[in-house]
Design a protein around this ligand. Structure first.
Ligand code: THU
Length: 174
């Protein structure tokens, strides 16, 4: 598993192509929801690395995200903007969509990185709802370029949320 710690698998197209990190190679050491300090640092670093791939010719605002699944696979994503502005994709949604596309729907944490020096990057409302689709009780690491961070749960970022369960609650019309 090369330079990655034994309980973290970093999924990239390159890693998949050379077979090193194919799904059957995943070593599940701990499914604990709590990340060690080392894992947090690494996840933030991964979000900073993918930030460099950001395609943001319009906003010039680079964002990277790294989401960790329950079995410690990591998927990364950057923001991808478009000349038709409304089609732009946020980094968090990109990372989560990559994970879901590979069959992962249970997450323990997501780290977000931007170039803001004096603020911890905070996810937009749409991304908070996108995270919430996959549960309220998982962690979001809001980081600064120096690696410092704040931890929030999805529930803290989106209280009183609407989620998939609400669709099957009692209704006056069905
Ligand atoms: N952006 C993200 O990728 N994630 C967020 O949570 C906040 C905003 C992107 C969208 C757009 O490409 C740029 O940052 C400026 O809004």
């Amino acid at each position: 598993m090369s330079s990655f710690s034994q309980n973290q698998v970093y999924k990239t197209p390159r890693a998949t192509m050379d077979g090193v990190n194919s799904r059957r190679d995943i070593t599940v050491v701990s499914r604990s929801r709590d990340l060690s300090q080392e894992m947090v640092k690494k996840l933030i670093h991964q979000s900073q690395e993918v930030k460099t791939q950001s395609y943001c010719p319009y906003s010039k605002f680079r964002v990277g995200a790294a989401v960790m699944t329950l079995d410690n696979c990591v998927f990364t994503g950057c923001n991808v903007e478009n000349a038709c502005y409304t089609l732009g994709l946020c980094a968090e949604r990109n990372a989560i969509s990559k994970a879901v596309s590979e069959g992962y729907r249970s997450f323990k944490a997501i780290a977000i990185a931007s170039d803001l020096c004096d603020q911890f990057i905070s996810p937009c409302g749409g991304c908070r709802q996108f995270m919430r689709e996959f549960g309220s009780n998982w962690d979001v690491y809001l980081s600064k370029p120096d690696g410092s961070y704040q931890k929030r749960t999805v529930d803290e970022l989106l209280p009183l949320s609407f989620g998939p369960e609400d669709l099957s609650m009692n209704k006056v019309f069905s």
